[in-house]
Design a binder for this molecule. Sequence first.
Ligand SMILES: [Zn+2]
Length: 322
Amino acid sequence: MSRDFILVLDLGGTQFRLALANRDGKLLSRYAASTYAAESQRRLIERINKAIRELTSDIGLEQVLGMGVAAAGLVNPGTGVLLSSPNLPKLRNVPLKALLEREIEAPVWLTNDASLAALGEHRFGAGRGFSHLVYITVSTGIGGGVIIDNGLFLGSQGYAAEIGHMVIDPDGPRCACGNIGCLEALASGSAIARMASEEMSKGKASIITGLADDDLSQVTAEMVARAAQSGDPLTLEIMERAGTSLGIGVVNLLHLFDPELVIIGGGVSRCGELILAPVRRVIAERAMSGFKGAKVVISALADDSGLLGAVAWVLDKGTSFL
Ligand SMILES: [Zn+2]
């Protein structure tokens, strides 16, 4: 029997998404469920296995070429172990590859979600036709992936491209990783929400004050972006500040990797020009002259870049298995 189907899993801090794809990278059917910080490893794997059985009930597992897993956190593709995952503290040293292979009886490949998102954009999205690109996902946190010479750059352990933890301001705020002034602490969705509530707690006026029911802990990046889009000066200034930090990060990446293209994905990228304009301004102001020509665009695959990157990864790896 030919193995024409690929299973892909995107394991994130708030949900896991599973899909069945064909060899052309088309996602044929999907399954999504929440993940919970308090949930045990065993229970989560049981739920994933149940979802796998549901999704493959029509075709049978014997038609599955393999499975690609895009996991948030520190993932070692060599060992197939998920070392740790943000927002899911119970997942420590999980031998995900071995556990899932036991279930599907086909090979499983595991890689960091943002790295696979870079591969997805390169193969199926905004990065098609570009040999060198950097992908940055800006949502609750910030992650990224780097394509060099048409290949995914993973580093010695698979942990490369922790773009969110580049230091942008050594005197900046403390980051969730423990370091100080990381890009993630200055330009992520949570940083945008935090900066807005800090300014309002100092008495600065914004139309958000009404939107958040006067409770500053309820302020979200989405509210800030919406207010900025309607011309609210305080939130416009905050988006500009976040975009400037992101731009400084992008300039560092241009100087390091000399990409032709920088793709911005993640929830915050939905703000479009609000975040792109300051990034382009900072490139014009700060990049060395040879690097100013790099294009900066928004992701073409939105939430599916990780799943499609996992498809591409299995297609690349699975050929040697056949
Ligand atoms: Zn950090």
